[in-house]
Design a protein around this ligand. Structure first.
Ligand SMILES: [Zn+2]
Length: 255
């Protein structure tokens, strides 16, 4: 199979012991492409460095809402420089996370999100959006940047919201959550998105699909996400892998 894991964090500590082993073994497990988004400046730098080392790995650069506390506007210059590296294909992951009380203030999160949407517009790059418990605000902010296209990763909104994103020309991406017992909402959303607008991902090292739930996740497990989506769409896993691979290539402009 030719799977595209459009969201995995190989810069995470969880891979410190065996990062190169895991990455070197992915091709044999059917993984053709991976995008590694950054979560702050340091992790964006690491993502770009890893992408320069592995031909099948691409990077996105950005400030995750949970990590935007130390953000200063000058950081945009550093992100801009990183985003110009040939293997950087998107600004991400960026967005809003209203789940945890001790996250950076909502006001700061919105400002950092807006600044990075503007950077994506300036550089003509797609964005990777993290939206947790902030659906209405996330939609409001992306609507303010009509020239920017992106993906809502690990989508947790309703089927109605998924249709709205598709209407705006955006993509919707799903993780191993699709395989969980309580996945009704995610399955309904995935069913509502036309096949040509769906991407699949692991969000490694998190979100390992059943039957590996709770373990450290890596891109090899994206096959379980692919199988579940294929079942939902009534197509073979091979056809689903091919479609999501093409979607990802088109979205991230990977030749
Ligand atoms: Zn992520």
């Amino acid at each position: 199979m030719n799977l595209f894991d459009t969201h995995a964090h190989y810069d995470a500590d969880a891979f410190d012991g065996d990062r190169d082993q895991v990455l070197s073994g992915l091709a044999d497990r059917g993984v053709a492409l991976v995008v590694n988004p950054g979560c702050d400046l340091t992790s964006s730098r690491t993502a770009v460095a890893l992408a320069e080392k592995y031909p099948f790995l691409y990077a996105a650069v950005g400030y995750h809402p949970e990590n935007c506390g130390p953000y200063v506007p000058e950081d945009l210059d550093a992100l801009r420089a990183l985003a110009k590296c040939p293997k950087a294909v998107a600004i991400g992951e960026i967005g809003l996370d209203y789940h945890w009380e001790d996250n950076p203030s909502r006001e700061l999160q919105r400002r950092v999100f807006r600044d990075q949407l503007a950077l994506a517009e300036e550089l003509d790059l797609p964005v990777i959006v993290h939206d947790r418990d902030a659906h209405a605000e996330s939609l409001r902010l992306i609507r303010a940047f009509p020239r920017v296209r992106g993906v809502f990763h690990c989508f947790s909104g309703s089927a109605e919201m998924a249709r709205e994103l598709v209407g705006l020309g955006w993509m919707v991406s799903f993780t191993g959550v699709l395989t969980y017992k309580n996945a009704r909402r995610a399955l309904e959303a995935a069913a509502a998105v036309p096949l040509e607008r769906v991407m699949i991902e692991t969000d490694s090292p998190y979100m390992a699909p059943v039957p590996h739930r709770g373990e450290r996740c890596d891109s090899g497990y994206v096959s379980y996400v692919c199988e579940k989506l294929a079942e939902l769409k009534g197509i073979s896993p091979e056809a689903c892998a091919q479609a999501t691979l093409e979607n990802g290539r088109r979205f991230f402009r990977i030749p």
